[in-house]
Design a protein around this ligand. Structure first.
Ligand SMILES: Nc1nc2c(ncn2[C@@H]2O[C@H](COP(=O)(O)OP(=O)(O)OP(=O)(O)O)[C@@H](O)[C@H]2O)c(=O)[nH]1
Ligand SMILES: [Mg+2]
Length: 209
């Protein structure tokens, strides 16, 4: 007797390849806002009121208006085409939740590190994190109202970025701006893959891409 599946001659559906990108940065840099602005689905957010946390929050200097914070992750999705879906993971910014970054970065293609112009140095732990793990990233400068307007060179110097790391401007509230930052990241990752002989998928090594 044939199983029902044996009679089904339709080709198996091709599941889309999933690509994972992280959105990281310091406390209050705009990560949740960024994921929400670019995601095609209602983003999954894990926000808690700062007043409800059992421990003292990270210093609020420069982000006094902040009332809630991400305690685990933000999750969003962008369908690129029939075969490719981008999953976005926003990291928590408060130092007490940094231990989650390790888990969140598993399998990530790359990262957008948001830099807050009011607290530029706060993006350094995220920059350091991705550098140490060899995960490609760009720095997207989220220009808050009233924040200083830095040149890309000033940001590069202040954060100690290598010349290969792209620095772009963005407004995390705007879909077009966030999408532009993601495009800059993908461009950077493709360029690195094509030029870095250490990358396993470098075409010069003749391995499958
Ligand atoms: N003016 C301005 N406000 C912004 C911008 N990006 C984010 N905000 C606001 O800044 C606040 C903090 O943004 P969040 O997206 O919660 O920041 P976050 O990095 O996720 O914060 P944590 O998860 O607590 O680290 C929110 O009230 C946003 O509306 C921006 O580009 N300009
Ligand atoms: Mg957040």
């Amino acid at each position: 007797m044939a199983y029902a599946d044996d009679c089904d001659t339709r080709p198996a559906p091709v599941l889309p390849a999933t690509l994972k990108i992280l959105v990281a940065g310091g406390f209050g840099a705009g990560k949740t806002t960024f994921v929400g602005a670019v995601s095609e689905i209602e983003p999954l957010c894990t926000e808690e009121l700062l007043s409800g946390l059992s421990e003292e929050p990270d210093p609020l200097d420069g982000v006094e208006a902040k009332t809630s914070t991400t305690v685990a992750l933000d999750f969003g999705r962008i369908t690129l085409d029939e075969r490719h879906v981008l999953y976005l993971f926003g990291t928590p910014g408060q130092e007490r939740f940094w231990f989650l970054w390790e888990e969140l970065c598993a399998g990530a293609l790359g990262a957008v590190v948001l830099a807050d112009t009011r607290r530029l140095a706060d993006c350094f732990p995220a920059v350091d994190f991705f550098e140490r793990r060899g995960i490609g990233f760009i720095v997207a400068v989220n220009e808050f109202d009233g924040g200083h307007r830095y040149t890309a060179g000033e940001v590069r110097e202040a954060v100690g970025l290598g010349p290969e790391v792209p620095v772009v401007r963005c407004d995390a509230r705007l879909t077009s701006s966030g999408t532009g930052a993601l495009a800059a990241l993908v461009h950077h990752l493709l360029f690195t893959a094509a030029t870095d002989p250490a990358k396993p998928w470098n075409p010069d090594r003749g391995e499958p891409r």
